[in-house]
Design a protein around this ligand. Structure first.
Ligand code: S3P
Length: 188
């Protein structure tokens, strides 16, 4: 893959649209998106952050005021908007895969990469994130049991969409971003 010696930016040979990072909470999607976007000279989009800014409320509050369905409608509308553009690395919310219409959109607008980690690692990361409780509404019963339950339901969906899977439990975010870049360069 050609790399600009001045900027360090890597140029893909093929036009692949966007890179969508999918996966459960705390798999590092936002941080990896930032690093990968920088390596490619692309735009980094954090879907949850854009949603909160657009609606002037935290996701937790949107869940509380409009229920999960209200949040999912907003999430789907934003995804549609993102898919009109290219050369973005998009960190999606962990539940984006729940709607079939979202899954179709993701597959049609770029390459989907699934970031994984075991439930125990995810639970530790969430507990170590002081802002997590404020930002992330509970999905079911909370705690490790919630992670295990939700993963069981979602893993087949993540799996069905993913062009590649990158295990993050033992890899820091820059290594995950570089692993994706390597795959992009050998495919694109
Ligand atoms: C959700 C994950 C969150 C956010 C919302 C719902 C989920 O995103 O979209 O709280 O259903 O797993 P992150 O994966 O960025 O935490």
């Amino acid at each position: 893959m050609p790399q600009d010696p001045m900027t360090g930016i890597h140029t893909l040979n093929a036009n692949i649209g966007n890179v969508f990072l999918i996966g459960y909470r705390a798999t590092g999607k936002t941080t990896v998106a930032r690093i990968l976007a920088e390596l490619l000279g692309w735009t980094c989009v954090d879907a949850d952050q854009v949603l909160e800014e657009r609606h002037g409320r935290t996701i937790r509050r949107i869940f509380a005021e409009e229920g999960e369905a209200g949040f999912r409608d907003k999430e789907a509308a934003l995804l549609e908007e993102f898919c009109n553009n290219e050369r973005q690395v998009i960190a999606t919310g962990g539940g984006i895969v729940l709607r079939e219409s979202n899954r179709k959109r993701l597959q049609g607008a770029g390459w989907v990469v699934w970031l994984t980690a075991d439930a125990q690692t995810l639970w530790q990361r969430l507990q170590g994130d002081p802002t997590s409780m404020e930002r992330r509404p509970p999905l079911t019963v909370g705690g490790l049991a919630e992670i295990e339950e939700v993963l069981r339901l979602r893993e087949p969906l993540y799996q069905s969409l993913a062009r590649w899977t990158v295990e993050t439990a033992e890899r820091p975010p820059h290594a995950v971003a570089n692993a994706i870049l390597d795959r992009l360069s050998s495919s694109g």
